[in-house]
Design a protein around this ligand. Structure first.
Ligand code: SF4
Ligand code: FES
Length: 252
């Protein structure tokens, strides 16, 4: 008997289309000054492409000087937060098919942090606040001779805030942060929350004291921009409220 093989099926054709990106650009002069301006690029794309893919096409095929950050390209490293059509998003998690591609897609750097070039901002003020809240486990006494145990319930208490990837989408969407950049910002508070409610940690009182500052949690105006912006789905505003409550009740 002769075996017959099915003819290989043709690869599915994924429709392509033109998409225009309108990008806010900035090139500092030698003296550190320069005027921002808008640049438009039209590239061929597929519905399965993300905004990051379209930016790559521009950079690799049209204008190598276009500057943006990215690393993992899969929503893990947090390096490509930008404003896309007026909302903070990760370029690698924003599918073109979910945007109105009949109009140019507006791409800008996140707000409230100094722009270094094009879509790249200086993250140092953001990380300075993060460092201030001591984002590490604080314990006293001898090194444990075995794992520090924790119940599933105790772990669940701060599970949501462990998901942060430090992309700054929340902090740079906050109108209070935009005013003077002095506010600690949602991301620092989220990361304080992650340790304040960890049953193994002994630094909660110190962190609450740090955030009980005039630039701390009390500057939050509960606008929920941060929650809306978070690509990890963290309930950012809720975490801030829980830190405020812990400050008053000292229950953590
Ligand atoms: S809380 Fe969400 S938006 Fe804010 S830095 Fe972390 S991952 Fe990004
Ligand atoms: S490139 Fe890493 S999160 Fe987008």
């Amino acid at each position: 008997m002769t075996a017959t093989l099915d003819a290989p099926s043709a690869a599915p054709v994924i429709p392509s289309f033109d998409v225009t990106l309108k990008v806010r650009r900035y090139l500092p002069g030698d003296d550190g000054t320069g005027e921002p301006y808008w640049d438009e690029f039209t590239v061929r794309a597929h519905g399965t492409d993300r905004v990051l893919d379209a930016l790559h096409k521009v950079k690799w095929e049209e204008d190598g000087s276009l500057t943006f950050r990215r690393s993992c390209a899969h929503g893990v490293c947090g390096s490509d937060a930008m404003r896309i059509n007026g909302r903070n998003r990760l370029a690698c998690k924003t599918l073109l098919k979910d945007l109105d591609i009949k109009k140019p897609i507006i791409v800008e750097p996140i707000k409230g942090l100094p722009v270094i070039k094009d879509l790249v901002v200086d993250m140092e003020p953001f990380f300075a606040s993060y460092r201030e809240i001591m984002p590490f486990l604080i314990t006293t006494g001898n090194e444990p001779t075995k794992e520090r145990l924790q119940s599933a319930e105790q772990r669940a208490r701060f599970d949501d805030t462990t998901k942060c990837i430090l992309c700054a989408a929340c902090t740079s969407s906050c109108p209070v942060f935009w005013t003077d950049g002095q506010y600690f910002g949602p991301a620092a508070i989220v990361n304080a929350h992650r340790f304040i409610f960890d049953s193994r940690d002994e630094g909660a009182a110190q962190r609450l004291e740090i955030l009980n500052d005039k630039e701390g949690v009390w500057r939050c105006r509960t606008t929920f921009n941060c929650t809306e912006a978070c690509p990890r789905g963290i309930e950012v505003t809720k975490a801030i409220q829980e830190v405020k409550r812990a400050m008053i009740t000292r229950a953590f």
